[in-house]
Design a protein around this ligand. Structure first.
Ligand SMILES: *Cc1c(COP(=O)(O)O)cnc(C)c1O
Length: 456
């Protein structure tokens, strides 16, 4: 199976043809899941002693399995945080796969890592962090948040006073679920400010002032969100930075979703203060149009990340030798062996230029504003709050939670759209509402109109 024969050549051509038609398609079905049993009944046993053959397996994929996925780049997929990788980035994902590059150490991956770092330099420049700040690409925002929390915690524990203390971090309920999940992994306690609206300097100040002596001793970091996943809200990063500085706390900004908006002049001011962060998470696979998976973690002082994450092992010593000198991405996050997952972004940035990125992100923000206006003009629906970044929360007047669920399934079943409900905290109750998140610049105003009309 490592040899070349005519069958392999044919298979290569088939796969390329499939990839070309997917990359160049202007329309594709929205797709929907099937139950495991249904899929099993359609495809039967595929893993056998002798193999079923590439052609047969590929046909199963084309006929049945590919259709049970919901491509995130459909223009009427506005659920969760969708994605819309550029064609150049998708193409280079193929090149990345074909090149078998081990992206942990410069010694093995210098060419690929060089490209990643060029793309990273652009991302870092958007943040306004001071000279010396740098980052690495991770498998996503979750891994980036974990890498940052562990770096902060290890740095805090360098002080003997805290060596045996369990750490505590503060964030708000607007923070992404991965902050809570990763605090668990790092065995760190978490305190949530009970508001999904913008976390402000005074909220944070009050929360810290209310800590008891031991809690205050254990507090080492604050996580602000640069675009909440649910509503696109950017916390008061300037105010949070100020409190962190006064209190000697690590300031992490989770901008996994919103980070792309740093490129957009119209909203850049909302992120003021991000340049004072100790670490930042940004997901290129969300609003920087990279294919999955590609997150990023950036540090004001990368040396601290290296102290926390650099792996030691006799088999790894060679990578640290002279001659292998260069940037080793493995030293700055939790993963050792890694794909050079920033490579597709580099190729797309090089191909298209950063202006195009700016325009594509601005389009998402514009679509949210347009949707907001359409909602205000439509008597059946109303805004829950003003659109923020590219998120729009709105209610269908008179609908109960099950009406939203039913509507979502109906639109999805028809292959028309995927728009899912969410909850918004209104006083003490969690109200079920509808939500748009715009990423894809190919989404049209007509798409939005049709979706709103389907609520009549
Ligand atoms: C999506 C998201 C994450 C998680 O990122 P993954 O890439 O899914 O791991 C973290 N934080 C925020 C704010 C997000 O929107």
């Amino acid at each position: 199976m490592h040899k070349i024969d005519i069958e392999l050549i044919e298979m290569t051509l088939d796969v390329m043809k499939y990839a070309i038609s997917r990359i160049s398609a202007t329309e594709h079905p929205i797709g929907k899941p099937k139950k495991h049993e249904e899929l099993k009944a359609l495809v039967g046993e595929t893993i056998t002693e002798k193999g079923v053959g590439g052609e047969y397996a590929f046909n199963l994929w084309k006929e049945h399995l590919s259709k049970a996925n919901v491509p995130v780049d459909h223009p009427r997929n506005l659920a969760f945080v969708p994605a819309a990788p550029t064609r150049a980035a998708v193409m280079f994902d193929l090149v990345t796969s074909a090149s078998s590059i081990h992206g942990a150490y410069w010694m093995e991956g210098a060419g690929g890592i060089f490209c990643e770092n060029e793309a990273m330099k652009w991302i870092v420049s958007l943040t306004g962090l001071p000279e010396g700040a740098f980052g690495v690409f991770t498998s996503g925002g979750t891994a980036a948040n974990l890498s940052a929390i562990v770096t902060a915690r290890e740095h805090w524990r360098e002080d003997e006073t805290y060596k045996r203390e369990k750490g505590l971090i503060i964030t708000s309920i607007g923070a992404h679920s991965s902050i809570k999940a990763m605090a668990k992994v790092a065995d760190v306690d978490i305190l949530l400010v009970d508001s999904e609206e913008r976390l402000t300097e005074s909220d944070l100040r009050k929360t810290i002032d209310n800590l008891n002596f031991h809690q205050r001793k254990r507090l080492f970091a604050v996580v602000g969100t640069g675009g909440t996943t649910n509503a696109g809200i950017v916390d008061d990063l300037e105010g949070i930075a100020k409190v962190c500085e006064e209190e000697g706390l690590w300031f992490h900004v989770d901008a996994a979703y919103g980070g792309g908006a740093l490129a957009a002049d119209s909203v850049r001011h909302l992120f003021n203060g991000i340049e004072k962060a100790d670490s930042i998470t940004i997901d290129p696979h969300k609003w920087m149009f990279s294919p999955y998976d590609c997150g990023a973690v950036i540090y004001k002082n990368p040396e601290l990340a290296k102290n926390a994450h650099s792996q030691q092992g006799s088999y790894l010593d060679i990578f640290k030798d002279e001659g292998a000198h260069g940037f080793n991405p493995t030293d700055y996050q939790i993963q050792l062996t890694r794909r050079v997952r920033g490579l597709p972004l580099w190729f797309s940035l090089a191909t298209n230029g950063t202006e195009k990125y700016k325009e594509a992100v601005e389009r998402g923000i514009e679509l949210a504003q347009v949707a907001g206006k359409m909602i205000e003009e439509n008597p059946n629906v109303e805004l829950v709050r003003e659109p923020s970044l590219s998120c729009v929360l709105y209610r269908r007047i008179g609908w109960k939670p099950e009406d939203y669920t039913h509507w979502t399934y109906e639109n999805h079943d028809k292959g028309f759209a995927l728009v899912t409900p969410t909850k918004w905290k209104n006083g003490d109750i969690f109200e079920t509402v509808s939500r748009f998140c715009f990423i894809n610049p190919d989404t049209s105003e007509n798409d939005i109109q049709m979706i709103l009309d389907s609520m009549n």
